[in-house]
Ligand binder design. Structure first.
Ligand code: UDP
Length: 316
C-alpha cells in the first residue's frame, strides 16, 4: 500500500527539508502551504517527483484531502520573531484553527499526527537547561505572545485529540535551527549575521551579545523528527542542540569563516529570552538521537549556500 503523509508548512525552511526526507524514505508527500512565509523555491529538488504533490492552501481555513493518509505533520506557522510580528493574527489562526484542522484530518484518516511546537513555549526560562517537564515563564500579552500562546494552545489541542479521540499524536519542541535555505531576511540571528558578513555590513548584535542560544543544524533536526514520528510517544520531546553559544561567540565564529567583520550593538528586543538550551535526555535515551553536526561545520554549509544565492542575486 502507498505510504502517504501530509506536511503542512512544507514549503518552509524546516518543512521543505522534511518533505525531501519523507520522499527519500519512500513516502508519498502532500505538501500544503499558503506561501505566506514559505517559498516554492525551497521545493525545486522535489519538482516533478511522482511521489510529491504541492497544494497552495491556507490550512487555517477548512480543506479536504482525498485518499489514504498515514501521517499528518503540522509545520505551518510563521516561525521567526520578524515573521510572527508581521503576521500576528495569522500566527494565532494557524496555531489554533490550523492545528485543529490538521488534528481532525488525522482523526478522520486514522493517521498519526505530529505537531511542530517550539522552545518558545518555555518563554524566558527560569529553569536551565529546559527539560520537557518545565512549565515555562511566558508572557500572555508581550510581543512574542502571539507565537508562544498559539503553540501552547496547539500543544493543548494535540493532547485533547489524543485523550478524547485517541489520535496517535506526537509533539516536538524545536529549538533554534539553521541551515541552507533559511531566509536571509527573516531576522533570525544566524541568517542575519551570515548575510550581513557576506555583504560587508556590520553584524547587528542585540543587547550586549551575552544572551545564549543553542543552534541545531537542520539535518540533525529532521533526523530527530523522523525518530519521534516513527518511535516516539505522545508526550513532548525537545529537539535541539545542547551546545550553548553567546551571540558574541556566534559573531566571532562567522568572522573566523568569512573574514573581517565589524559589529554594532542595537537594543535588545522586548521579551528576548536571556538563555535557551535544551535538555535532550529524553530524545537521546529513548530514541538514540543526538545532533551530529557541530556549529562550525553547519555554518560552513550554510555560508556556502548563501554565497551561491548571493552570486545568483537570489539572497532574500
Ligand atoms: N539577535 C541579534 N542580532 C540579530 C538578530 C537576533 O543579536 O540581528 C539575537 C536576538 O536578540 C536573540 C538571538 O539573537 O537573543 C536569537 O534570535 P533569533 O531571532 O534568531 O531567535 P529567537 O531564539 O529569539 O527566537
Amino acid at each position: 500500500m502507498e505510504k502517504r503523509v501530509v506536511i503542512t508548512g512544507g514549503a518552509g525552511f524546516v518543512g521543505s527539508s522534511l518533505c525531501e526526507r519523507f520522499v527519500a524514505d519512500g513516502w508519498s508527500v502532500l505538501c500544503l502551504d499558503n506561501l505566506c512565509t514559505g517559498r516554492l523555491s525551497n521545493l525545486v529538488a522535489l519538482e516533478g517527483n511522482p511521489r510529491f504533490d504541492f497544494r497552495q492552501v491556507d490550512v487555517s481555513s477548512p480543506y479536504e484531502v482525498q485518499g489514504p493518509v498515514q501521517g499528518v505533520l503540522h509545520f505551518a506557522s510563521p516561525a521567526s520573531p520578524f515573521d510572527y510580528h508581521a503576521l500576528p493574527i495569522e500566527t494565532l489562526q494557524v496555531g489554533s484553527n490550523g492545528t485543529m484542522h490538521a488534528l481532525e484530518l488525522a482523526r478522520v484518516k486514522g493517521a498519526r499526527f505530529l505537531l511542530a511546537s517550539t522552545s518558545e513555549i518555555y518563554g524566558d526560562p527560569l529553569e536551565h537547561p529546559q527539560r520537557e517537564s518545565y512549565l515555562g515563564n511566558v508572557s500572555s500579552i508581550g510581543p512574542r505572545s502571539v507565537y508562544d500562546e498559539a503553540k501552547r494552545f496547539a500543544e493543548a489541542a494535540t493532547m485533547a485529540w489524543q485523550r478524547t479521540h485517541h489520535v496517535d499524536t506526537r509533539i516536538i519542541r524545536i529549538f533554534n535551527t539553521y541551515g541552507p535555505r533559511i531566509k536571509a531576511g527573516d531576522g533570525r540571528v544566524v541568517p542575519a549575521f551570515i548575510a550581513q558578513a557576506l555583504r560587508g555590513q556590520p553584524l547587528t548584535v542585540f543587547g550586549d551579545g551575552s544572551q545564549t542560544r543553542s543552534f541545531c543544524y537542520v539535518d540533525d533536526l529532521v533526523e530527530g523528527i523522523v525518530r519521534v514520528f516513527e518511535r516516539g510517544d505522545h508526550m513532548p520531546y525537545n529537539l535541539g542542540n545542547p551546545v550553548e553559544f553567546t551571540m558574541l561567540e556566534l559573531a566571532r565564529e562567522i568572522e573566523r569563516q568569512i573574514g573581517d567583520v565589524t559589529t554594532i550593538f542595537e537594543p535588545l528586543p522586548q521579551d528576548d529570552p536571556t538563555r535557551r538550551k535544551p535538555d535532550i535526555t529524553r530524545a537521546s535515551s529513548e530514541l538514540g538521537w543526538a545532533p551530529q553536526v557541530p556549529l562550525a561545520q553547519g555554518l560552513q554549509a550554510t555560508i556556502a549556500e548563501y554565497r551561491a544565492r548571493l552570486a545568483a542575486g537570489m539572497l532574500v
